[in-house]
Design a protein around this ligand. Structure first.
Ligand code: CA
Ligand code: CA
Length: 449
């Protein structure tokens, strides 16, 4: 039953692409029109449909669809991926087809690299680090500094050189259907570039070998890590679609504790920060993760950016930040949140609106365990807004904001300064989402054409 429904949705999207091109008749329209009769814009050349969220505004999001043959790559190893990405400042359109799973922790010859390989030659050791910055002797008022912290940073830099993939403008990175395509242990960094599509990829096991201790983070200090599976920093027009994000196989339940705090090797799954803008996040699966999606990394990010649409995603086994929104206009619709505990990942909250964020959350579905949590599905600092209707909790229409505000001293504001207009595909009822999204989201469900 599910597969036909999925094909229908793809067909609908193609139709929209074509009609938008005909109306616009502008640069690039010819590419789409050529495909008009074939119903065959393949998965590699697909562009974001008209009005499909914030990333469709203005020039829209076409990724590498105009790539010539010389800039169309199929890659199966880390070295091939690096070569295909080229220079981060080269704006030539490119399509990168990822075939199978690429292990980011491999060298240029494909040999597996371990944390010990990165630490080698730096003088870093975890035991020496733990001894140097033990709060009992080092105190809790200042960040680690000195020999071991320098060594840790050096080792971290070595790992970063290996696992961070810088994506240039006008690029589509897409998994080849049927190949379990994905990137393991890596971070796609989309920084200060425009027009990028990331589709049909499984991002797993993005891990920092060298978490940093910060005794000033929170009441008891925290171990913090550096890598998101996909990170947007000052990026514009980005479409992240049909991807799967997971910590597996190393789940947080396997993290040890040092200084009484979890030694967290993960950071975000998909973070959108540093004045990134015009982003559409659709039909992904976010699973088994703690700090999942940050929109804005500081309360002082400037206003006017961080506009993000998040629709038809599954969030399952997520602790927090689904998303944490700051500053921007964020539209969250037709998502399915399963907040029952999964593999030890217990939900603290789903959506946090802070730093005057203007969130419209409508027609989403929450599955909550017996006994509740309805008042804890949202979070905020007292300056963020959340508006919206049609949200279901276990099938029942529920005013999540009212429930949250009744139980909290830092109330969410209930008015927003905008009305979403880029809402192609918005479903007016969340009722069927748990079923329909199960087979139409994440990596592996797209076909080649
Ligand atoms: Ca991050
Ligand atoms: Ca209150």
């Amino acid at each position: 039953m599910a597969a036909p429904a999925h094909r229908r949705s793809l067909r609908a999207r193609r139709t929209l692409v074509v009609s938008a091109a005909v109306v616009a008749a502008g640069v690039g329209a010819g590419v789409v029109v050529m495909n008009a009769n074939a119903t065959a814009v393949d998965v590699y050349h697909q562009t974001l449909a008209a009005k499909d969220g914030w990333a469709s505004s203005g020039t829209g999001t076409t990724g590498g669809t105009k790539a010539d043959a010389a800039h169309t790559f199929t890659v199966s190893t880390r070295a091939q991926l690096v070569k295909a990405l080229g220079s981060a400042s080269d704006t030539t359109p490119r399509i990168i087809k990822v075939k199978g799973t690429i292990d980011a922790n491999t060298d240029d010859s494909g040999k597996k690299l371990t944390c010990a390989d990165y630490a080698s030659g730096t003088g870093y050791s975890l035991s020496a680090y733990l001894k140097a910055y033990d709060p009992a002797t080092y105190g809790t008022s200042k960040l680690p500094s000195g020999t071991q912290e320098k060594a840790r940073a050096a080792a971290q830099t070595k790992q970063a050189k290996n696992i961070v993939f810088k994506v240039p403008a006008n690029t589509t990175v897409v998994g080849v259907p049927g190949t379990k395509a994905g990137i393991s242990g890596g971070m796609l960094q989309i920084q200060n570039v425009d027009n990028v599509i990331v589709r049909n990829l499984t991002f797993a096991a993005t891990e920092d070998c060298f978490p940093q201790w910060d005794p000033t983070d929170g009441d008891d200090g925290n171990w913090n890590s550096n890598y998101d599976s996909v990170t947007l920093r000052g990026a514009t027009h980005v479409w992240a679609d049909h991807n799967t994000f997971t910590d597996a196989p190393h789940l947080d339940s396997a993290n040890p504790k040092y200084y009484g705090r979890e030694y967290q090797i993960h950071d975000g799954a998909l973070d959108i920060t540093k004045s990134s803008d015009l982003v559409t996040v659709s039909r992904n699966q976010f699973t088994n993760h703690d700090k999942t999606m940050l929109i804005g990394s500081s309360d002082s990010e400037p206003s006017g950016k961080l506009r993000v649409s998040i629709h038809h995603n599954i969030w399952k086994g997520i602790v927090q930040r689904a998303p944490l929104a700051r500053v921007g206009q964020v539209h969250i619709y037709n998502n399915y949140y399963d907040v029952t505990t999964l593999n030890g990942y217990a939900t603290q909250y789903s959506i946090n609106s802070r730093a005057k964020a203007q969130v419209v959350a409508e027609n989403n579905y929450w599955k909550v365990p017996a006994g509740g949590k309805v008042a804890k599905l949202l979070s905020g600092d007292g300056t963020g807004s959340v508006k919206g209707s049609g949200n279901l909790v276990n099938g029942t229409v529920t005013d999540l904001v009212a429930a949250y505000n009744a139980a909290s001293s830092k109330d969410l504001r209930t008015t927003v300064n905008w009305t979403p207009a880029l809402t192609t595909g918005l479903e007016s009822s969340a009722k069927n989402l748990p079923t329909s999204l199960a087979t139409t989201t994440g990596a592996g469900v797209l076909t080649a054409s």
